[in-house]
Design a protein around this ligand. Structure first.
Ligand SMILES: Nc1nc2c(ncn2[C@@H]2O[C@H](COP(=O)(O)OP(=O)(O)O)[C@@H](O)[C@H]2O)c(=O)[nH]1
Ligand SMILES: [Mg+2]
Length: 239
């Protein structure tokens, strides 16, 4: 089974569209799945809308009242997921749901343990992004090159084998759960080209604080990555 985790904050209009879309794609691909909505107590009725959808589809809704933040919301989803493969995607229809089978198959066929949707491989792209947003995305990606060999490390669209997650301690700050999972698991990764669509409804929550948290998170990941390398060398060097 595939568990599709959708973190939400103020996405009532989008959740109504994305949930049926995900199930349509899974059904077409002959895949069994569930959706897990992790909502941070949105004031716009996102959770209520998701609960209505749960009457018609296998949807579970988890509302967090004492915690906020995208990465920890996804971690909650990991905990609740019942599937052998977990997909993480945004609620705002930016991530192409029709790519889910393409994301899941390499893991099912044991070619890798993680797939990441990438805007920056051949066949990928972004719909009409302003230059400022392109620059932020590109420079954020470049800064992460030292910890992960990903063309699009700030992507939020991924699929991952649940068994790999179960063996790993995750401790992300802020938003970038994909980068956290890739670095901390050290698992085999493949990239899948995606075209990132513009959000039409609701508002982006990406702000300066999120950018600052990203830098803090990256510093921790660099420390994690290179500390473990040094510790490894130290041990090997001993007689
Ligand atoms: N649960 C939860 N979801 C969030 C939070 N912040 C953003 N999201 C969700 O994460 C996804 C990406 O957020 P979005 O604002 O579209 O970011 P952008 O695409 O970078 O502009 C969307 O599904 C949001 O609803 C949060 O604090 N908690
Ligand atoms: Mg978005």
């Amino acid at each position: 089974m595939i568990s599709v985790i959708i973190p939400t904050y103020r996405e009532a209009e989008n959740v109504r569209i994305i949930v049926p879309r995900v199930f349509h794609v899974l059904e077409q691909a002959g895949m069994e799945g569930e959706v897990i909505v992790v909502d941070d107590d949105s004031p716009d009725g996102t959770a209520e809308t998701a609960r209505e959808l749960a009457r018609d589809y296998p949807v579970r809704v988890h509302v967090r009242r004492d915690e906020r933040g995208l990465a920890t919301a996804v971690m909650k989803g990991f905990e609740l997921a019942g599937g052998g493969i977990v997909v993480v995607m945004d609620a705002d229809l930016s991530h192409p749901g029709e790519k889910i089978p393409e994301m899941v198959r390499p893991i099912l066929e044991d070619r890798c343990d993680i797939t990441v949707g990438s805007r920056y491989v051949s066949g990928g792209g972004c719909d009409h992004w302003p230059l400022s947003r392109k620059l932020i995305s590109r420079s954020s990606g470049l800064m992460a090159r030292g910890v992960a060999k990903l063309s699009d490390p700030t992507s939020g669209f991924m699929a991952v084998r649940k068994a790999v997650l179960d063996k790993t301690v995750l401790d992300p700050v802020g938003w970038k759960i994909v980068l956290e999972v890739v670095v901390k698991t050290g698992a085999r990764v493949e990239e899948v080209p995606i075209v990132f669509a513009d959000r039409e409804k609701g508002q982006s929550k990406l702000n300066l604080r999120v950018q600052a948290e990203y830098i803090a998170h990256l510093m921790r990941l660099y420390h994690f990555r290179y500390r473990s390398l040094f510790e490894g060398r130290g041990r090997e060097g001993r007689p």
